[in-house]
Design a binder for this molecule. Structure first.
Ligand code: HEC
Ligand code: HEC
Ligand code: HEC
Ligand code: HEC
Ligand code: HEC
Length: 487
């Protein structure tokens, strides 16, 4: 067996095992890139999602695999001479040799050093990779086309500074693990092109809002009413402005001094509301159950509830109402076409003094397009040719009016419609209100048709949720009063 030198034997073992050699090569090649990228990322917070993916999802695992191969190779390699390293026989002999202890000390030192270097690289890798996978760049931009709708809508929302994981994962190890399992499934779906278009909603595995939204918001501290003023533009020549003024009964989820009331009464701990929907989208809700703190249970049902629930597979799927049943679009806000244009007109991205722009834009953005490029070109050509034909003088005198209108209208479309992912107008409905069409929101329950055995109904009375101070009025009196002009 010759001289015992564990370190020498170790390297000899590695050099004789092909597996270890390949592993060693992989580690040597990847380490400089990995370490320098991780240092750069720590210092400068690199925002490019593809660099991150290359390093943390490809290079990193190669490095880890290389390390593992070195040891596996050395462990299993049974060559001739002193490379039975890690076999029981070798170790037994090694430790029973009388003059081994001096040598052992040196080896231990070396092993500790090597191991701590590896451990440092390894833990830094885990730490950075964890941050990368929790980053908005990774969630929102890595699978570019697939997440384009959600990421775009998110960027234009009040939550654009809240990272994806704060709503989709939240804190705690169990949801972290769950999210990584479902994340791996999603990556696979993207790699194999088997993801659904559009991406399904509602997200049935979403974490209860109590653990996410309520980390930042406290509806028990809400109080009173909130004035809600919105402007819209009519499809006439002047793009006339009309206003809605609503006093929203925001209410409170109830705290020490105040009892729960108004809109946030639903999320008070003493009012538990569960409901059963007939389909995946939770649009048709035939049965609602209210359980109060004193034990009173009230079941509200529509006349056809029995029949509807029997027909469906989902009838057993009972859900407890939380923030998401109203605020289902706190972050991915897709506006209806009318609102999308009104907003651009209000913000001045589309000039309000271009005649008929609301009407013409509405016609163009609601047409159906196969790709984003086709939409952009058709909208642009459509506006240019219509204005050149009908307002040639205006276009000649103030070309910038038409130019900025085109940009604004194209943006109104591109922020809300994604033909590549089959996200059209209205694909993702918002439940926070009650629209005239598919977006019935609150009216899924509040329709005067859900009745309890003793004849109580979930109210559709217009004053339950708001006081209507002005509806589509030009220059409403109430606004003048509020602004002090009527004094
Ligand atoms: C303020 C909280 C919040 C943030 C931040 C957030 N989301 Fe969401 N997300 C939601 C809610 C709520 C839903 C809809 C849940 C439902 O209806 O079941 C949703 C739904 C989704 C869906 C399903 C499709 C859809 O539109 O319903 C995807 C995909 C998604 N989010 C991705 C992301 C990505 C990527 C980010 C970061 C760029 C992000 N989310 C940030 C709250 C959030
Ligand atoms: C990490 C903290 C955080 C989390 C988590 C969070 N929000 Fe918010 N939310 C904010 C902040 C900050 C604002 C204020 C943004 C502003 O005014 O521009 C806000 C604003 C809002 C608003 C008012 C929006 C408006 O148009 O004025 C609503 C409604 C809301 N959040 C609901 C939710 C819901 C529902 C969830 C859970 C799905 C949630 N938030 C999760 C921080 C958070
Ligand atoms: C029954 C439906 C419903 C539920 C459930 C609900 N909200 Fe609201 N929330 C509303 C409505 C409606 C508004 C007013 C929207 C408006 O007109 O601006 C609102 C307003 C808000 C605002 C803005 C308040 C302000 O004064 O500007 C926040 C923040 C908010 N909700 C958070 C939450 C959170 C967090 C939860 C869950 C604990 C929740 N909401 C549950 C319907 C609901
Ligand atoms: C899943 C069903 C459901 C949905 C969706 C729903 N509600 Fe309710 N809501 C109820 C029930 C049940 C009651 C209690 C009815 C009763 O006891 O008279 C209620 C009561 C209320 C009340 C009266 C609370 C009080 O002070 O007693 C308000 C205000 C209200 N809802 C607002 C809204 C708004 C606004 C929306 C939409 C953003 C909405 N609700 C969506 C089920 C629902
Ligand atoms: C269950 C609660 C509830 C009931 C009942 C209700 N509304 Fe509303 N309404 C809302 C909410 C929530 C909004 C959204 C406010 C916002 O834009 O944030 C809204 C918005 C509106 C708007 C403004 C729409 C816009 O685009 O600005 C009008 C108009 C309106 N409601 C009329 C009515 C009328 C008329 C009735 C009676 C038939 C009624 N509502 C009953 C909750 C309710």
């Amino acid at each position: 067996m010759g001289q015992f030198d564990m370190v020498k034997d170790f390297f000899l073992g590695i050099s004789r095992s092909r597996i270890s050699l390949i592993g060693g090569m992989l580690v040597t090649i990847t380490t400089p890139f990995l370490v320098s990228y991780m240092l750069a990322d720590t210092i400068w917070h690199i925002k490019n999602p593809y660099f991150g993916a290359a390093v943390y999802l490809a290079l990193g695992p190669v490095f880890l695999g290389g390390l593992a191969m070195i040891f596996i190779g050395a462990f299993f390699f049974r060559g001739d001479r002193d490379v039975h390293l890690f076999t029981l026989q070798y170790l037994r002999r090694y430790f029973t040799e009388p003059d081994m202890f001096g040598r052992l000390r040196r080896n231990v030192f070396l092993i500790v050093l090597l191991t701590s270097v590896n451990f440092a690289v390894f833990s830094m890798f885990l730490y950075r990779a964890y941050h990368y996978m929790e980053s908005t760049q990774f969630c929102g931009q890595f699978c570019h086309t697939v997440m384009a709708p959600e990421h775009t809508a998110y960027k234009n929302s009040p939550h654009s500074r809240v990272s994806c994981v704060e709503c989709h994962i939240g804190s705690g190890a169990d949801w972290f693990v769950k999210s990584k399992i479902s994340g791996a499934r999603q990556l696979l779906a993207v790699a194999t092109g088997t993801y659904p278009t559009p991406i399904l909603t509602p997200v049935h595995g979403l974490r209860p809002a109590r653990d996410t939204c309520e980390e930042c918001h406290r509806p028990e501290l809400f109080h009173g009413d909130k004035l809600n003023v919105s402007k819209s533009f009519l499809p006439d020549e002047q793009n006339s402005v009309v206003s809605n003024v609503l006093l929203m009964k925001i209410g409170s989820a109830g705290d020490r001094a105040q009892s729960s009331h108004g809109i946030h009464w639903h999320v008070a701990p003493e009012n538990k509301i569960t409901y059963r929907a007939t389909e995946y989208n939770r649009m048709v809700i035939p049965e609602v159950t209210l359980t109060q703190a004193d034990g009173t249970v009230t079941v509200f049902r529509t006349a056809d509830a029995e029949e509807l629930l029997q027909e469906t597979e989902q009838s057993g799927d009972e859900r407890e109402m939380d923030c998401i049943d109203c605020h289902n679009r706190p972050s991915h806000v897709y506006l209806p076409p009318d609102d999308a244009l009104d907003r651009k007109l209000s913000e001045g991205d589309i000039p309000q003094n271009l005649p008929y722009i609301k009407r013409q834009a509405m016609e163009l953005i609601t047409a159906s397009y196969k790709t984003s490029n086709e939409a952009r070109e058709t909208i642009s050509d459509g506006l240019n040719s219509w204005y050149k034909e009908n307002y040639p003088q205006l276009v000649a005198e103030k070309p910038q009016l038409l130019e900025s209108a085109v940009a604004g209208v194209v943006a109104a479309y591109a922020e809300n419609v994604f033909p590549e992912m089959k996200v059209e107008w209205g694909t993702y409905v918002n439940h926070i209100s009650h629209g005239p069409d598919f977006d019935i929101g609150c009216f899924r329950c509040h329709d005067d048709m859900h009745e309890s055995p003793d004849g109580k109904v979930i109210s559709a009375d217009c004053n339950t949720c708001h006081t209507l101070l002005a509806i589509e009025e030009t220059d409403p009196e109430i606004l003048k009063t509020l602004q002090g002009q009527n004094l």
